[in-house]
Design a protein around this ligand. Structure first.
Ligand SMILES: C[S@@+](CC[C@H](N)C(=O)[O-])C[C@H]1O[C@@H](n2cnc3c(N)ncnc32)[C@H](O)[C@@H]1O
Length: 250
């Protein structure tokens, strides 16, 4: 479809790999709101008007997040890292939005005294620019305890800024889970609330990529609505709710 191709060229996002009914509903809503009668005229306008393109990318990528989203799941992860972690921990936060997830992980590691190299990626470069700043409004910090807020954040005029000691542990880079090569020898992949938006075929490819990217014994941490059912888990097994582990050894 011409529209999908245009968005791929302009934004580097392949809409055909996201669940179609939801995506179509969202985009048709935007198109109607901007007064275009069909996707062809909307596609032409996207090439001319960067603000329309920006609006579309925001709508497609859904960057809703918060630090320690689903706190009980982060507590499970913390417990596992406490007993099993190798140092330095090689971790990847894929689909990291504004950095809420990799900074949560960096905070856990700091609390556990664990050296960590955290690679944080997203398909949206603008989200990454914001992530590098590490500044959050209070609503993103609802699950951050007063003690963590005191220890790992400093108040600024724009919001609460993650301390430089935590920021230093995280490297942000653009990466598209659907088209770019995956890293390897990882101990942990945090990929939460991204898979739910993908077609089954795309989800399967991401899970295969993640399974290969992990070391034996490494973990994949997914979002709290993302049971990996009906797909080949490629040697990953569920070890805690929404936490999968790659088999140890061949
Ligand atoms: C709902 S947010 C999830 C943020 C965070 N992981 C969490 O669970 O709170 C989804 C994120 O995935 C990113 N994303 C969507 N498609 C992607 C892709 N193909 N490759 C990498 N990131 C992608 C979006 O830009 C967005 O930041």
């Amino acid at each position: 479809m011409e529209f999908v191709e245009r968005v791929r060229q302009l934004a580097g996002i392949d809409l055909s790999q996201y669940k179609r009914p939801q995506m179509e509903r969202r985009l048709a809503h935007l198109r109607d709101r901007r007064g275009f009668s069909d996707f062809r005229s909307y596609a032409q306008a996207l090439s001319r008007d960067p603000s329309l393109l920006r609006e579309l990318v925001d709508r497609v990528t859904i960057q809703v997040s918060e630090l320690f989203r689903n706190p009980e799941r982060w507590a499970d992860l913390r417990a596992r890292l406490e007993v099993q972690a190798v140092a330095p921990l090689r971790a990847w936060s894929a689909g990291c939005a504004h950095g809420e997830e990799p900074y949560s992980l960096a905070i856990l590691c700091a609390e556990l005294g664990l050296e960590a190299d955290i690679w944080a990626t997203d398909v949206d470069e603008r989200a990454l620019e914001q992530a590098r700043q590490g500044v959050f409004a209070l609503r993103a910090l609802a699950n951050v305890s007063p003690e963590r807020l005191r220890r790992f954040f400093e108040p600024t005029d724009e919001g609460w800024r993650v301390s430089s000691a935590v920021r230093r542990r995280v490297r942000f880079e653009r990466h598209d889970l659907l088209t770019d090569p995956y890293p390897h020898d990882l101990d942990l992949i945090v990929c939460r609330n991204v898979l739910i938006y993908l077609t089954d075929a795309a989800k399967q490819r991401v899970v295969v990529g993640c399974a290969r990217a992990l070391k034996p014994g490494g973990h994949l941490f997914v979002g709290s609505t993302e049971q990996l059912v009906g797909i080949d888990l490629c040697g990953l097994r569920l070890v805690a709710p929404f936490l999968y582990q790659k088999a140890d050894g061949p």
